[in-house]
Design a protein around this ligand. Sequence first.
Ligand code: HEM
Length: 439
Amino acid sequence: MTALPPDPALPSAAAEAHAPEGDTLPSSDNAAGNAAVPPRFDPWSAAFVRDPYPAYDALREAGRAHFFAPSNQWLIPHYDDVSALLRDRRLGRTYLHRFTHEEFGRQAPPPEHEPFTTLNGEGMLDLEDPRHARIRRLVAKAFTPRMVEELVPTVRRLAAELIGGLYADGGGDLLARVAEPLPVAVIAEMLGIPPADRGLLRPWSAAITGMFELNPSPETARRAVRAGEEFSAYLRELIAARRRDPGTDLISALIAAHDDGDVLSEQEMVSTVVLLLNAGHEATVNTTVLGWLALFHHPDQLRAVRERPELLRDAVEEMLRYDTPLQLFERWVLDDIEVGGTVIPRGAEVALLFGSANHDPARFAEPHRFDVSRPAADNKHLTFGAGIHYCLGAPLARVELTASFGTLLRDAPGMRLVAEPEWRPGYVIRGPREMLVTW
Ligand code: HEM
């Protein structure tokens, strides 16, 4: 068994100096372009963000847990480990249900990060049981499979309208014209946000989710705080209006949701709505454009799914696996764990590498092959997570992706890529900046 890793509270340079031999990262550079040198895990490099998979191969070959000093985290690249740790209650998205910041050896978020801290911290995604279970149960009473089912015609109509507009113009930016507006419109419709206010949602969401990248800058934090403040104030007014005059929307259903006399507090409702908006569209946008990019880069697969629409279900799962839109999720280690002979102590943080897990040859045959006929039933990718935080919106995401891919494949049979897209710099929430298409 390897010796104990560095004190996670140490600054990263000191931590690196203590990192146990054999657990540090392959140390060459991606940009060197030398095939003999293993590519490096470097989330701040554009080349890595575009194609992290060769670096993941090197990480998996080098071991099961790697200390990464720049973010002071343990990288976990193997499918079985990522899957097991997502379900392991010795880890958590927060530690505050068991320890104070001081007890855990971490600093409280700076007071100037309010109201972002509360907004984020009161949503189910950043809570652990029992509060997580309580809120998820109440939200699930409002956000039901039936509600998703009833949304299907709306999703199809919105997809057809957006795609029709792009088609009428002979092409344009698929991201700005379809991939982005569709999930935002669906969530806005589901929540009952008045049409005149919908333009506010995307900028708020983009500003807030900037905080989920590794080591966000002070400016990113300021923007997130401002957006959190504005969005919360907006939602408090909307919730008050729905209390006075309930409708058939999800906000009214959240107000009405009861569990044994228990209801959501106003802050829990605000945090839930913000979470549904953020969780509910960033990944769907990126899955859409990354999926199309994979299809454009594999013309035989594009032809197959165009000629055989019955492959759509398998193809959507393969797109979710092949180029994973959310690459990394973090967990705090609440009690010592051991991964591949390395003890990771309480107080450390692990970074679960979803993209790497989804390309692990121990789980997927020929993982780097994009195969739209890989049977969905056997395509157990981790893109929607696992365990208690498993994506609550996965059924809705699948409905949206099926509607938008299905409509585009059917109604725009000659659609092709105009130019290789530029990428945004983000690694955790990852994808192109635009996608110009024509036909
Ligand atoms: C392709 C699209 C999507 C992907 C890849 C995705 C992925 C994920 C992942 C990986 C998690 C778990 C994170 C963790 O364990 O740390 C998660 C949680 C969640 N997602 Fe999604 N998601 C997508 C779409 C949606 C949609 C459309 C909604 C709702 C409108 C949604 C709502 C949620 C919520 C509420 C949670 C928190 C669940 C909990 O903590 O119990 N997601 N999502």
